[in-house]
Design a protein around this ligand. Structure first.
Ligand code: PEP
Ligand code: MG
Length: 753
């Protein structure tokens, strides 16, 4: 095998000169392929660029027929070049023509060549094209040659991404800029059109080719040393406070920071002539490409960790330019790997039109906050931060969980229309705002809001809701950096009462534990956190926490009525004990001369199925009941509310679920105890219609649901739906769902659902 004259370092030097020459982009590309061919002693060197119509086009060649340039185009899954584009991995063959994917293009004159080496042109893990060298002989390319070609490919990728080659193929955009549509999970409803703002701006490596190799080696080693000791410090301190990273993650990251293979690849990339930061990026890009194609979630997470580490290294090498003041341009769509609720609240909300996350499930805290803010949000978009550049046009569809990056004019027009239709519907709902929610046969239905942050309360006036049916106090704790003090809690509750005025508000005591983790409280290792130490269980075992909260509430409500309810109560005795704590706090305040609430009602969330079998007792003991259908259904059917794999296994409108709801409605009414439903089902028109049929007269829901539910109520005959439910429940067996029968009823009676 002939030795490469000069090796990769010399090639990179020559490429640097070629990049600096004041020539046309095509002339530069032609020069580059000639230089590469000479350097690796290949008869052929060609560059194929992936365009936005998903074809690979020959952009330059040394050795093949020059006439084929810009004429030879193939599908992105065609031939060996297509295979490389698809797998994003190098392919080295001593006899290309015997490979099953080989596709013969007569115009190129390719038949004379046997040996073939192709590498993907990658940027941030995305394939932009393919670089190929070929030889007439049946030669085997060495590991070093493959590595050198990958390094060279990086320079070409930057050239493509910079847009310099755009002019060479008029009409077709490069794949780096093509429209991308991706589906994740819907986190917060709504449609947002705007431009990308990266929450953590990507670090752009501008200097690719080393001028002084020894200096670059030194810089890389120093950066690795710094990152390692920073991680060691974090692990040794052993606290998750302030870093947000659990020890386990840090241990993994530390392991990677010492990973020999990873370090070797970066050192080799520097040795081949790249700057330290370009070497990190070069290895990171391969890793990203692997991450995007990895279907095993565990391995994908590990590759994510490695990506994080590369980012730390880059930041150490070229500094981090954060977006500091969190000021946003108009119509901003935030794109982030992950983001905490507090970070989201730091942004200027008036300019924010949407959020896109690589992580984040529907019940994540950021999703709850995005919903509260009314900002469309989508999660689980793989590689979102690499898919788009700052300033790119983007659409977030929080209803379907889709995003459109750099959408074409038709897509943009279609979404624009959708936004107009939605706005019109909202206008119709607004017109219902001041109408009382009364059914056609005169049954009044109380429609209240679920809230958790002060900003939620602005929706009261907007929607015309009758009050707050569920105020989730844990949200204040979840978005805080540290445990809110008694005074801070009291200030929040005072603000809530001021904002709600004369309207009733039901405050729920802290519902933490399970999936609601406070960043500043040590996380418990529990096998089944949903069934673990949470909510009222913590409150009763650590009464200090509950007492502080109750005192803050009682003080804040001084002189006005107060409604408090307790989450996750499983026995009447738990409620009795909670009540006793309230009485003690009241006595304490009375002793100290503080005004007490004018009326203090204590209620219970019905969300643990054991209460169904103490329903008469709990209805007699409590001043009111509120059905937490999210948890009640989770525990009744033993179906994790967060687990998408099992989410579709039962229906909330099936007979067993409806029997549970009916039992609560009937027994509460018999005991003279008001009962509300505050879980998600209360906000869905069809389900809400069924609940009214079962006897519920109060529903609490998210702000966006008030309009649709009110429209349903106004068109409904409560006696008719009750009769239909009775008849259908008597008829249905096998745990069957009443959904089709209820939908048919709504359709036949013109009830909008
Ligand atoms: C419920 O469980 O239905 C409920 C309203 O409470 P959360 O969703 O906060 O658990
Ligand atoms: Mg609950």
């Amino acid at each position: 095998m002939p030795a490469a004259p000069g090796g990769p370092r010399l090639l990179l030097r020559r490429l640097r000169e070629a990049m600096a020459e004041p020539v046309s982009p095509q002339a530069r590309l032609d020069r580059i392929v000639t230089l590469i061919a000479a350097n690796v002693v290949a008869e052929v060197c060609s560059v194929y660029v992936l365009s936005d119509d998903n074809t690979l086009e020959l952009f330059a060649t040394e050795g093949l027929n020059r006439e084929a340039v810009h004429l030879t185009r193939m599908r992105a899954d065609e031939g060996l070049v297509g295979l490389i584009a698809q797998t994003a991995e190098p392919l080295s063959l001593s006899d290309a023509q015997s490979h099953p994917s080989f596709s013969y293009r007569p115009e190129t004159g390719e038949e004379a060549y046997h040996a073939f080496l192709g590498v993907p042109l990658l940027r941030a893990g995305n394939t932009l094209g393919v670089l190929v060298v070929q030889n007439k002989t049946y030669r085997v390319y060495s590991e070093e040659e493959i590595e050198a070609l990958q390094t060279t490919a990086m320079v070409l990728s930057e050239m493509i991404a910079s847009g310099e080659l755009q002019a060479l193929a008029p009409g077709a955009g490069s794949a780096a800029r093509r429209a991308v549509s991706q589906r994740g999970v819907a986190l917060a409803d709504g449609i947002g059109l705007g431009h990308v703002v990266l929450h953590e701006p990507r670090i752009v490596v501008k200097r690719l080719i080393a001028e002084n190799l020894d200096r670059e080696v030194e810089r890389l080693e120093q950066a690795i040393g710094e990152v390692r000791s920073a991680i060691d410090d974090l692990v040794e301190r052993g606290d998750s406070i302030g870093t947000g990273e659990s020890r386990e993650v840090l241990e993994t990251v530390r392991m990677f920071a010492h990973d020999k293979g990873w370090l070797r690849r970066m050192r080799e990339a520097v040795q081949s002539g790249l700057t330290a930061e370009a070497a990190v990026e070069r290895v990171q890009s391969d890793n990203r490409a692997r991450m995007m194609r990895q279907s095993d979630p565990y391995l994908r997470d590990r590759l994510h960790d490695l990506d994080d580490l590369a980012n730390r290294l880059l930041r150490t090498l070229i500094g981090h330019e954060g977006n500091g003041d969190r000021v946003l341009p108009e119509n901003a769509i935030l794109v982030a790997r992950s983001m905490g609720p507090a970070a989201l609240l730091d942004y200027d909300r008036t300019a924010l039109r949407g959020v896109v996350l690589e992580e984040g499930g529907p019940t994540s805290h950021i999703a709850i906050v995005a919903r509260a803010l009314g900002i469309p949000a989508v999660g689980e978009i793989a590689n979102a931060t690499a898919l788009c550049d700052a300033g790119d046009a983007i659409i977030v569809d929080g209803a379907t969980g889709e995003i459109q990056v750099r959408p074409g004019p038709e897509i943009e027009a279609a979404y624009g229309e959708m936004v107009r239709v939605r706005a019109k519907r909202q206008e119709q709902y607004r017109a219902l705002r001041d109408l009382p929610a009364v059914t056609r046969d005169g049954v009044a239905i109380g429609l209240q809001l679920n809230a958790g942050l002060l900003i939620d309360l602005t929706h009261l006036a907007e929607t015309g809701a009758d009050g707050i049916g569920l105020f989730r106090t844990e949200l204040q704790f979840m978005v805080a950096q540290r445990m809110p003090s008694a005074a801070e809690q009291q200030t929040l509750y005072e603000a809530v009462f001021t904002a709600t005025g004369d309207l009733p508000v039901t405050i729920r005591t802290l519902d933490i534990g399970g999936d609601k983790i406070l960043p500043y409280m040590p996380a418990l290792e529990e096998e089944n956190p949903a069934l673990g130490w949470r909510a009222i269980r913590i409150g009763l075992d650590r009464p200090a926490l509950l007492r502080v909260q109750l005192r803050a509430l009682l003080r804040a409500a001084g002189g006005r009525p107060l409604k408090i309810m307790f989450p996750m109560v499983a026995t009447v005795d738990e409620f009795t004990r909670a009540k006793a704590i309230v009485e003690r706090e009241k006595a304490h305040l009375r002793r100290h001369g503080h005004p007490l609430p004018s009326d203090c009602k204590l209620g219970v969330m019905v969300e643990v199925p054991s209460l169904l079998f103490q329903i008469d007792e709990i209805a007699r003991a409590a001043d009111f009941l509120s059905v937490g259908s999210n948890d009640l259904m989770q525990f009744l059917f033993a179906v994790d509310r967060e687990n998408r794999r099992v989410a579709g296994r039962f229906d909330t409108l099936s007979v067993p679920a409806l029997r549970a709801f009916r039992l609560i409605a009937e027994r509460a009414a018999a005991a003279g105890c008001p009962a509300t439903v505050c879980g998600e089902i209360g906000g869905k028109p069809l389900e809400a219609m069924a609940l009214i049929g079962l006897g519920f007269r109060h529903l609490s829901m998210s702000p966006a649901a008030i309009g649709p539910v009110k429209a349903m109520v106004l068109a409904l005959d409560a006696a008719a739906i009750a009769a239909v439910i009775d008849a259908e429940m008597a008829r249905a067996g096998d745990g069957a769902t009443l959904r089709p029968a209820l939908s048919a009823f709504a359709k036949a009676h013109g009830v909008p659902i």
